[in-house]
Design a protein. Structure first.
Ligand code: OOG
Ligand code: NI
Length: 467
């Protein structure tokens, strides 16, 4: 029998193999990431594994895919459900300041601590919003809906196997093999010719819309390895002559702990794709939609921590606008240094970041009472605090990633009001509850505190309280 986590790990590995064949520059990115990770590990020792074991980090990937309709979203949710991945977080990328990104998104990922440790594979999954009048007029909307209704992304056999894996939590070997084969194939780049005129009609509105609704299948848009030093990786990719986007998205490089998520990418490559001209002839053209991305992950922030992050981003924007020649990275670094606590201890004390707490083996056993409050317990060596790694995405970075790789800006007509979507709406569309990432981290933190309280109580030492 192959369990869900084994299916997930195998799927991630095979998708990686497939994507490496399709996009060779991806393999370079993986190689350089591994090189950098090994060096960081050698230089820092155990410290390098503070936010995940090296085996987890080495295998860690996120994928990005794009679908067209709630029906396709429900289907892909079944495939990911087979892999123990749940929709977490709602991202609305339509409000991006420039460029037309007519999608709303969620991330499918494992949620339990032990599942994440086994393999944290996650997929940023975006769904087109054809009914948003800022992007699509009634005619284009109808055209898109008809086109999307007529395609099948996931064969019935794959969906049936998915349901079985989800219901039973595992698959027999032969079925597991078949499931993996069909699942990987569903995300390969299709060789079916793209209708050039239709694709271009959509592309004028939005390159993302064309990539989703202009073709009769879906494909991995990128697959992202995790690296322990993204600044070093960025340098090395440039050295190799690979054209990177201008910036590393997310928090700046600074002297404090890694926080949230930093990402960068190389530019979308022109890939040969079969196309059909209006006269019916088929030729090989080139489309530029897929790219390579890499990321460094840091500690998950609480709502308060996240609000601080968002505030600082706004401040960086304001200062950058006021000083157009200044280096954005420097501006950000200065603001971070001024406003963000530079140690894990302070981040925990100010409740800006999430940690799990564990009773230390070396705690006093002389019958002395533990102090009240988690802070004091950690301070006096009763508890150890381990940071919780951020498993999700950042809307602003995601919008940046989308935009930096679009061929044209497209158009968004802000005369119209946009269609309202939120997490609840998406839950309804998917037919599964879209989970709140903050609640998941908080739960992990609380579970660890409850566990610690239990251990201390067994020792007759009383109970740690969260305040
Ligand atoms: C998704 C872009 C967002 C990320 O890592 O933030 C993303 C896409 O291009 O489909 O992958
Ligand atoms: Ni990505």
């Amino acid at each position: 029998m192959t369990s869900q986590w084994q299916l997930r790990a195998a799927f991630a590995a095979r998708l990686s193999e497939m994507y490496g064949r399709e996009v060779p520059a991806y393999t370079t990115l993986v190689d350089v990431s591994r090189e950098v990770n090994e060096e960081v590990l050698r230089a820092q020792g155990a410290g390098a594994e503070r936010l995940g074991s090296i085996s987890r980090v080495t295998a860690e990937r996120h994928g990005a895919i794009r679908v067209g309709t709630p029906r396709e979203m429900r289907q892909v949710a079944r495939v990911f459900g087979a892999l123990g991945m749940h929709p977490v977080g709602f991202y609305d990328l339509r409000e991006a300041p420039v460029g037309a990104v007519p999608v709303v998104s969620t991330a499918f990922r494992p949620i339990a601590r032990d599942e994440l440790a086994r393999n944290p594979f996650r997929v940023f999954t975006s769904m087109l919003t054809p009914d948003d009048p800022r992007f699509f007029d009634a005619r284009l909307r109808a055209g898109l809906e008809t086109f999307l209704a007529g395609r099948e992304l996931f064969p019935p056999e794959l969906l049936a196997l998915s349901d079985r894996a989800e219901a039973e939590g595992e698959l027999p070997e032969a079925e597991a093999e078949r499931f993996l084969h069909l699942a990987v194939r569903a995300f390969e780049l299709s060789s079916e010719p793209v209708d050039k005129a239709w694709y271009e009609t959509l592309e004028r509105v939005s390159a993302v819309a064309a990539d989703i609704g202009g073709v009769r299948s879906t494909h991995v848009n990128h697959l992202t390895p995790r690296v322990l030093d993204i600044d070093e990786l960025y340098r090395r990719m440039k050295e190799r002559g690979i054209e990177m986007i201008d910036t590393i998205q997310g928090p700046p490089r600074w002297d404090g702990p890694d926080l949230l998520l930093r990402q960068t990418s190389f530019r979308a490559l022109a890939e040969p794709r079969a196309q059909r001209a209006p006269d019916g002839s088929v030729f090989t053209g080139a489309l530029r939609v897929r790219f390579g991305e890499v990321e460094a992950r840091g500690i998950a922030l609480t709502r308060e921590g996240r609000a601080l992050y968002d505030r600082l981003l706004t401040l960086v924007d304001q200062q950058a606008a006021a000083h157009p020649t200044a280096d954005r990275g420097e501006l950000a670094r200065a603001l971070w240094t001024e406003h963000v606590p530079s140690t894990e201890r302070q981040l925990a004390a100010r409740r800006l970041a999430y940690f799990t707490y564990h009773v230390t083996p070396g705690r006093p056993r002389d019958g002395s009472r533990p102090p009240a409050g988690v802070g004091a317990l950690v301070e006096q060596g009763w508890l150890r605090a381990d940071p919780i790694v951020y498993e999700d995405f950042l809307p602003r970075s995601a919008a940046g990633i989308f935009q930096s790789n679009l061929t044209g800006d497209g158009v968004r007509n802000d005369q119209h009001a946009g269609t309202d979507y939120d997490s609840e709406w998406l839950s309804g569309a998917i037919g599964r509850q879209v989970l709140d990432p903050f609640a998941l981290y908080e739960q992990q933190q609380n579970d660890s505190l409850a566990q610690a309280a239990h251990v201390l109580e067994l020792d007759g030492a009383g109970e740690p309280r969260a305040t």
